[in-house]
Design a protein around this ligand. Structure first.
Ligand code: SOE
Length: 395
């Protein structure tokens, strides 16, 4: 790949995901010059813990640092839009965590800004970068599964299972109106859309707030943290713990997916099955080095990830020899490798394998369609949704 030598980065956000970004950048050979956190104390502590030279006092200071070429945005969702806008205006490349924004009006504006800059603008849908998902994307394009008929699956977690579980994502002002769908459902949809090369055209959705009242602790709580406070206030919940979707894809395929952040025992379990006219494929994020290939007239197969056994896309995303399982952190390394290749080349690839701002915006429009569908109990075409969606939409 083109050299990343001399390309400098900064990371906004010092929590669980910000840390994963810093570690993956280091592994790629990119220098992380500084961190911007929710507060000066938290940023200082993260910079010390991660051995990053600076904690910036604010975004202006970060953008004034001439060593920074690429800014990674891992702050709470509410901040993505203003921060990404400022980063593009300052002429920097940007890698934004999903969701791209909290409303489709914001993400539409970011798409327009991205179209008018030569900077690389990417959204961090990392699950695409498990090597077997890249491989399957190539196989579907080559026709190995035939015409795609059905996509099904789930994305379940349990870290918000108790009413004492808390995180900024539960607050619509911080995370957006949709929570389980926005936080993890869009990963599933982005992934299967990427693999099959076809976006969702229409949706029929049911959204469930399974825990109507939660106990919010006085201080901030990190994602997946198991620390519990006794100093709490009761908060009424309006965001979705569970989302159930029926889907129609642009290529005519049909789909169904269940999303939940309250499924005891399921830590971070994304599963899909893709059924085509020539064969099927299924994958589970908790056993990511195995791809099930289903056949009608011969025994089914398990493809174990191995650089020599995958197509060029799969091999390009792999780092380790077969049998040395690649996991969550490795996907960030593989994704950043693709993004920084584009940064080094100075242009977006013709057909990026990473998610673009347009991909991120499509997920926002789909979110709007999900809200309208759940509220009105009907199928909604994604193309038909443009009205602003306001709080309390699940009521
Ligand atoms: C929390 O639900 C979370 O960190 C998501 O925000 C990530 O996107 C997912 O990859 C893991 O879970």
């Amino acid at each position: 790949m083109a050299s990343v030598d001399g390309i400098g980065a900064a990371v906004i956000g010092s929590g669980f995901i910000g840390t994963v970004h810093v570690e993956a950048l280091r592994r790629l050979g990119v220098t992380v010059h500084g961190i911007l956190g929710a507060s000066a104390d938290r940023a200082d502590a993260a910079a010390r813990r991660l051995g990053v030279p600076k904690a910036y006092p604010d975004l202006d200071a970060l953008l004034a640092d001439p060593a920074v070429d690429v800014v990674h945005v891992t702050s709470p969702n509410r901040l993505h839009f203003p921060q990404v806008r400022a980063i593009i205006a300052a002429g920097r490349h940007v890698v934004c965590e999903k969701p791209l924004a909290v409303t489709s009006e914001e993400s539409a504006e970011l798409v327009a800004l991205a179209a008018h800059t030569d900077r690389i603008c990417a959204v961090n849908y990392n699950i695409r970068f498990y090597p077997l998902n890249q491989h399957l994307h190539g196989e579907v394009a080559a026709g190995t599964l035939g015409d795609i008929r059905l996509l099904s699956g789930r994305y379940f977690q349990d870290w918000l299972f108790e009413d004492t579980d808390w995180n900024w994502r539960l607050d619509p002002a911080e995370g957006g109106t949709l929570r389980a769908f926005g936080d993890i459902g869009t990963h599933w949809v982005d992934l299967v859309s990427f693999i099959t090369g076809s976006r969702v055209a229409a949706v029929m959705a049911e959204l469930v707030t399974a825990i109507p009242t939660r106990q919010q602790p006085a201080g901030p709580v990190e994602t997946f943290s198991t620390e519990r406070s006794t100093d709490t206030i009761a908060r009424q919940m309006s965001t979705d713990d569970i989302a159930l979707l029926l889907l129609r894809f642009e290529n005519g395929a049909r789909g169904s997916v269940a999303i939940s952040q309250v499924s005891a025992g399921r830590k971070n379990s994304l599963q899909y099955e893709i059924d085509g006219s020539r064969g099927s494929a299924a994958w589970d994020s908790e056993t990511p080095d195995h791809l099930w290939l289903g056949h009608r007239d011969r025994p089914n197969e398990i493809l174990q990830r191995g650089p020599a056994l995958m197509n060029a896309l799969g091999s390009a995303a792999a780092s380790l020899p077969g049998g040395h399982v690649e996991g969550f952190g490795d996907t960030f390394h593989a994704l950043f490798r693709a993004i920084y290749q584009a940064v080094a080349a100075g242009r977006m690839p013709d057909r990026p394998t990473f998610a673009t701002f347009e991909d991120g915006h499509h997920e926002m429009l789909l979110g709007d369609a999900v809200l309208v569908s759940a509220r009105e109990g009907r199928w909604v075409d994604v193309a038909s949704v443009s009205a602003p969606i306001v709080e309390g939409a699940l009521a």
